[in-house]
Design a protein around this ligand. Sequence first.
Ligand code: ADP
Length: 253
Amino acid sequence: MCKTIIQVKQLHKKYGDFHAVKGISFDVLEGEIFGLLGPNGAGKSTTLEIIETLREKTSGEVWVDGWNLDKSPNEIKKIIGVQLQTSGYYPSLSLVELINLFAGLYNEEIDPMVLLDKVNLRDKAKAKYKEMSGGQKQRFSIATTLINQPKIIFLDEPTTGLDPQARRNLWDLIREIRSQGTTVIITTHYMDEAEVLCDRVAIIDSGNIIALNSPDKLIDELVATGFERPKEVKQANLEDVFIKLTGHTLREA
Ligand code: ADP
């Protein structure tokens, strides 16, 4: 049996009169990649930031690995890894300097090169943060979520704005992190990404969860309603052309 690692019950968030999260409940299982999908403004970031202890909830209950959010937020902080917004990094520090800085904040002793190896950035160890490409910055920001050896990491739109090779490279990295036992919660606007990466997804709309299942089951449910996609006449798409012409290899590595 899979163990539940995050439990959210009847979570509400109001900003003044505006009801942004309207009593949602869901579980995340240990070791899964769980996707939170939904249009802009649906309440995804609000929900994640509440679980991450970064935002106050209005009501409801949250447990993370058995710790209650209201009673033990510091215990929760110790076992989660959260991506900083890219603006949160000092642009003129090198990657090693940044890792040492974060490790100091977490009170962790880690070898920066081991961490950089994990995300394929050993060659950039001495490069300044501002000198990296978008994909490298994303890989680095994922590396920083791993500094405290968390049980769960939260990734908020980690592949937005990346080229096709860099996106695939990041998918491999996320799968690799999960294969080492870390639970991953991810938000994305790319449905192809959610389909290949996530074990289960919750679709949130206007503060409510309107569907929660594996991508395959959600697709089966839609098909069972009689939905039929207009027949594809093309046997490939422009992304296939792009990948065929430019290869799978990451250019920026
Ligand atoms: P998502 O991540 O799905 O795009 P958010 O959780 O960021 O959605 O926002 C949900 C809703 O709550 C949006 O309508 C947003 O404008 C509103 N909201 C988010 N943060 C605040 C805030 N600090 N004050 C007031 N309204 C907010």
